[in-house]
Design a protein around this ligand. Structure first.
Ligand code: AMP
Length: 403
């Protein structure tokens, strides 16, 4: 077996472009698997051959997506529990089954560069030609929004404790020139929930990018409610793009309303581009002026004028300058009644989209069974492409069918 060559590009972290490295190497056969240990972000990866089940006992299924399944697992040597994410590789270009190797490699490479208490950790990585297995930190506390929706009341000060952790994680990644580009409630989880101070974990780096000086990055990805105007306008993206999403998340958290939500996705996008939002008194009657100022400094159309993550952390709403400011935050509460309604609608939409995605996958699989593989995958693609040409669908990311 070659010296784990195929997987070298994956684990090199920031050193060079993973896809370049992979191009020079050949991948092991399906039944040959390599593993890399979690390394310090700057270290070069070392590989040793191994099979995931030799090192980890696979347990129950935790979830699934069109990439494959996620299972709880236990490391045999230490007894520690993790989540094993099995990601199927796309068999041919253009297929909708599985993910692009390059895309997963980019996600892995980014995760390997990040080591922060509020960011999901990648512990181990196994890779073969057909599949990658990411051994991830096990997240047991569910989504932050679900946790909050179960509460009777929540003061702004309590909401800020969560927001501060999100900002710390985001400031850290931006400091390392990484932008997430898909910040939304589904990607903000709690490590555990039945503990005094639940810890935030930012997950899903599937759209994340390493930002390089002098390199312009543009993309039409994201989830309509949370994307910044520069995404819709196909203008250069930056870490400021994440800060817009944090502005939207904060607005929702305080009021249970989504600032740009229209009747349709197209209307939502047009509201975003126009910068059409307001603090309606009936939803924001309990909100402090400081909180509104915080949001206003994030929902700024011009990315260069938006507050950065580091600046947000010292905004007086997050870090009060006086006792009076601190007291105001503890007296103001978030609009729980409306927030619960928002969250229920959000969950309903997620389930609906999940069922639709499953139906589409079943149709694909049924069709695929009737033809040769190549023909089938192409055939199925054109079926999907009809949907994909819809302008709004273009803006949805691979998992947005579930988002
Ligand atoms: P994903 O598409 O990565 O969000 O994974 C699909 C589902 O698997 C999630 O909705 C979770 O239920 C579960 N899952 C993924 N990663 C983890 C993790 N690190 N810990 C616990 N459950 C996870």
């Amino acid at each position: 077996m070659a010296e784990g060559g195929g997987a070298m590009g994956l684990a090199n972290g920031g050193a060079g472009s993973p896809s370049d490295t992979v191009k020079e190497t050949s991948w092991p056969e399906d039944d040959e698997v390599f593993v890399t240990e979690r390394l310090s972000p700057t270290a070069m990866a070392t590989f040793r051959p191994g099979n995931v089940e030799e090192l980890y006992e696979l347990l129950e299924k935790l979830g699934s997506g069109h990439f494959g399944v996620v299972k709880r697992c236990r490391k045999r040597s230490s007894g520690t529990f993790y989540a094993a994410k099995f990601v199927k590789m796309r068999k041919c270009k253009g297929s909708r089954l599985g993910l692009d190797r390059e895309q997963v490699e980019r996600e892995v490479s980014i995760l390997q560069q990040l080591e922060h208490p509020n960011i999901l950790r990648l512990h181990d990585l196994f890779a073969s030609k057909a599949e990658m297995v990411l051994i991830l930190e096990l997240i047991c506390g569910g989504e932050l929004f679900d946790f909050i929706a179960e509460k009777e009341t929540l003061t702004e000060a309590e909401a800020i404790e969560f927001l501060q952790q999100i900002l710390q994680g985001v400031a850290y990644m931006h400091g390392r020139h990484v932008a997430h580009f898909d910040l939304k409630p589904e990607n903000i989880m709690l490590l555990e929930k039945d503990v005094p101070n639940p810890k935030i974990k930012i997950i899903d780096f599937g759209l994340a990018q390493k930002l390089e000086d002098g390199v312009t990055f543009k993309s039409l990805c994201g989830t309509p409610q949370y994307i910044a105007p520069e995404v819709i306008n196909y203008e250069p993206l930056s870490s400021a793009t994440d800060m817009w999403s944090i502005g939207v998340i904060t607005y929702i958290l305080l009021s249970g309303m989504s600032p740009f939500q229209g009747e349709t996705d197209a209307e939502t996008l047009s509201n975003i581009v126009a910068g059409n939002y307001e603090f309606e008194e009936k939803f924001f009657s309990e909100t402090t002026d400081m909180a509104k100022d915080f949001i206003r400094q994030l929902l700024v159309k011009e990315p260069g004028s938006r507050m950065s993550a580091a600046e947000s952390l010292v905004h007086p709403w997050i870090k009060p300058l006086s006792r009076k400011q601190a007291t105001n935050r503890s007296r103001s509460s978030i609009n729980m009644k409306n927030f619960r309604k928002f969250n229920a609608r959000r969950k309903w939409k997620l389930s609906y989209n999940m069922v639709s995605a499953c139906n589409r996958l079943c149709r694909l699989k049924l069709l695929c069974g009737q033809r040769t593989e190549d023909e089938t995958l192409r055939g199925c693609e054109s079926d999907q492409e009809d949907e994909a040409t819809h302008p709004v669908t273009l803006l949805r990311r691979r998992r947005s069918s579930c988002s």
